[in-house]
Design a protein around this ligand. Structure first.
Ligand code: ZN
Length: 392
């Protein structure tokens, strides 16, 4: 009995030793494999660095010990990026950093933000499949550098999209640093450091033509001021309301397009009050800006009216030429920062000209806004009785 017991103990000891030995063997194999993978990752990174010797490294960053992001600026102004899995050296796609069930949401969000940042003629080109995107995983934002796009008219600025992580925190599958101060990306912002001009349309509203202009303005991140005639607002209340709701501005062009400098004090006041009453009955607001019909202003008008008088310094003479090339060329040849441009939303030739002009003005670095936005961006007060031809 005793011997049997002893044998049992020896057997158990041998078994234990064997288990430990097996465990150690397995463990070291795991370690070796890990080491090999790590070496593989390093090799991949070295290969990338070798390939990009000519380019400028702008970021090499390991995120959460799970992937490494390398971004290069190329000599031709484009960018190139790599996302390498830290574990095994595999090259990842941006979709690999997005929760699989959220990929569609992520792509939708990116598309929305591109259209929020850029005019339609640029955004349309950026969402095409042949456009390459270099991804820079920043500290607070994901930066998309667009390359290989074709846009007409040619855009010279660097096209990119910076997406704050607050916007895509639900979609990403790695933890990101959130910005407590962040406010939703919900509108387009004009920049006071950019060249800015105001576009103005007189003598409307003009039904379909005015509505077409609203669409063109919207597609180009542009605004305008519509100096409307009271009796036309009266017969086109819906169009007036559409303009008002669209973020564009409405100013007064009197009730009946009368030459106010030939009228008595009472008649001047009547013209302007009637126009304002109609506007107010449609929108609930008062007009603060006026464009005197024919641009004519006298002292009596300044004495009795509490409006800012907004004339122009660039006249397209669109009513005279009715030719879109003429209108286009006139603006492109003369335009300068702070201009107020005169047009009329009455002619198809004007609409055609604006459709061609806005992209060209954009690529030349201009933003196109309403008169009040121009004044705000230039830090000019639009007090009543002031006469302005431009806001420099
Ligand atoms: Zn007029």
């Amino acid at each position: 009995m005793k011997v049997l017991k002893k044998n049992k103990i020896i057997l158990s000891g041998v078994l234990l030793l064997m288990t430990i030995a097996l465990f150690c063997l397995f463990e070291s194999k795991e370690k070796n494999q890990g080491l090999e993978k790590k070496n593989l990752t390093e090799e991949v990174i070295l290969e990338i660095e070798k390939e990009n010797q000519e380019n400028t490294l702008i970021q090499k960053k390991e995120v959460e010990k799970s992937f490494i992001n390398l971004v290069y600026a190329l000599k031709d102004g484009n960018y190139k990026s790599y996302i390498v899995n830290s574990e095994n050296g595999n090259i990842l796609k941006i979709e690999d950093l997005v929760k699989s069930e959220k990929i569609v949401d992520f792509q939708k969000k990116v598309k929305e933000l591109i259209y929020l940042k850029y005019p339609t003629f640029i955004a349309d080109s950026l969402i095409k499949e042949n456009v390459e995107i270099a991804y820079e995983i920043g500290d607070k934002e994901l930066i998309l550098h667009f390359t290989n796009y074709e846009i007409t008219p040619a855009v010279l600025e660097e096209l990119n999209l910076k997406i704050n992580y607050n916007e895509i925190k639900e979609e990403l599958n790695f933890p990101v640093e959130l910005d407590g101060e962040y406010e939703n990306e919900n509108g387009y912002h004009y920049d006071k450091n950019k060249k800015t001009i105001a576009l103005t349309f007189d003598d409307g509203p003009s039904g379909r033509k005015t509505l077409e202009l609203l669409e063109i303005l919207k597609n180009n991140k542009a605004h305008a001021t519509f100096f409307m005639v009271g009796n036309r607002m009266e017969s086109q209340r819906e169009t007036t309301l559409e303009v008002d709701k669209s973020g564009n501005e409405i100013g007064s062009h009197s009730y009946s397009h009368a030459n106010l400098t030939r009228l008595s004090q009472d008649k001047i006041i009547e013209e302007m009050t009637n126009a304002n009453n109609i506007y107010k009955s449609i929108t609930g607001k008062n007009m603060k800006l006026m464009r005197p019909p024919y641009g004519n202003i006298n002292d009596l008008m300044k004495n009795v009216l509490d409006y800012s008088f907004i004339n122009w310094n660039l006249d397209t003479e669109d009513w005279r030429y009715r030719n879109s090339d003429h209108i286009y060329n006139k603006v492109i040849e003369k335009v300068e920062d702070g201009d107020i441009i005169l047009m009329h939303d009455l002619y198809d030739s004007t609409i055609k000209a604006v459709e061609k002009l806005l992209p060209e003005l954009y690529v030349r670095g201009y933003q196109v806004v309403s008169v009040t936005e121009l004044a705000n961006l230039k830090g000019v007060n639009l007090e009543s009785k002031k006469v302005l031809n431009s806001i420099k």
